[in-house]
Design a protein around this ligand. Structure first.
Ligand code: PBG
Length: 330
């Protein structure tokens, strides 16, 4: 009787999952460290390697220690880094973002000296450099979109001059990609790529990053320029605009809570698509894993797999080094 019942099951899905080799061969999505981008915080000073409190395993470096870190990343198969600068001092117009003597140009040169093939991406924003912590210059208590654009373009040109392969505007100012493209081309950097933080949401998951970079706004919040997490269709308009303005790659950020946005963007656009697995998403996994509540590496693998499965080509993630090592069995 039981045999008769069972024989009516024509499709036994479990046949496809019966052993490791089959499961591996039939895997629709694979993780490859060459598709991870490792974010890195670079600050002023020397001999600095200091752990970020809210991000265990993530460190701030100075220009003289970041080259060694780049070599470590390359050793585990990582091909790209995204650099964030933490300047010595801040002012109302974020001068250190576009100073030729800034921390970011020095870090870009140090990384390329150490690993010439490393694809160096540089975040372009003013929030780490302004005393008020907003992503642009202020007019009263509002961020002045149009007066911010030339400053972002100046920063991008400085980073391109130092050798950045990719500049990544994250300020969410309207027209920032076009302004940066024009600035780069004018100065002879027509081969420098732009990765737009196209659909960047006003998210609470940036908390650990802001403590790492000291970039929390001193008043208000970023909701007047970053996107409302309730909106997915609006993200498609943002991405479309960035591509029209000249972005070579587009991004959805954060990634985990916005997999639907990644998936829809993948269907609509053919440009390379990047998912940013942000600081709060990393910190949650780390905190739970440090408490023994879950297996951190398995969770990270699952998360990155989901971001790729949704349609991202590249994933920016603080798990990059540890996971790449784990995948290599190092
Ligand atoms: C802005 C910027 C932020 C992040 C990347 N670029 C912070 C913000 O918008 O407040 C957050 C990244 C993360 O949380 O990992 N320059």
């Amino acid at each position: 009787m039981e045999g008769g019942m069972a024989s009516r099951i024509g499709q036994r899905m479990r046949r496809l999952r019966n052993n490791d080799v089959l499961r591996g061969m039939l895997s629709e999505t694979r993780l490859d460290a060459g598709e991870f981008v490792a974010p890195v915080f670079v600050r002023h000073g020397r001999h600095v390697v200091e752990e970020v409190g809210a991000m265990p395993g993530v460190h701030r470096y100075s220009h003289d220690t970041v080259g060694r870190y780049a070599a470590q990343l390359a050793d585990c198969g990582i091909k790209s880094m995204l650099i964030f600068g933490i300047p010595k001092s801040k002012d109302s117009v974020g001068s250190h973002a576009y100073a030729s003597s800034g921390v970011v140009p020095a870090a870009i040169r140090a990384v390329h000296d150490s690993v010439p093939s490393m694809v160096v991406m540089a975040d372009v924003c003013l929030c780490e450099y302004t005393a008020h912590g907003h992503c642009g210059v202020l007019k009263g208590r509002n961020v002045d979109n149009d007066r911010t654009l030339p400053l972002l373009a100046r920063a991008a040109v400085q980073y391109a001059k130092a050798g950045a392969d990719v500049v990544a505007p994250s300020a969410m100012m309207d027209g920032q990609v076009a302004a940066i493209r024009a600035g780069l081309d004018l100065h002879g950097y027509e081969d420098t790529l732009i990765m737009g933080y196209s659909a960047k949401y006003a998210s609470s998951f940036y908390g650990p990053f802001r403590s790492a970079a000291g970039s929390a706004p001193s008043f208000g919040n970023r909701r007047s320029y970053q996107m409302n997490p309730a909106n997915a269709r609006e993200a498609m308009r943002e991405i479309e605009l960035d591509i029209r303005e000249g972005a070579d790659m587009v991004m959805v950020k954060p990634a985990i809570g916005f997999l639907d946005v990644i998936s829809e963007a993948r269907k609509r656009f053919d440009a390379p698509l990047v998912g940013y697995n942000v600081s709060g998403e990393y910190a949650m996994v780390k905190a739970a894993s440090q408490n023994g509540w879950l297996d951190g590496m398995a969770a990270a693998e699952e998360i990155l797999m989901s971001i790729k499965r949704a349609g991202a080509d590249l994933v920016i993630t603080y798990h990059a080094e540890e996971l790449a090592r784990h995948m290599k069995g190092k």
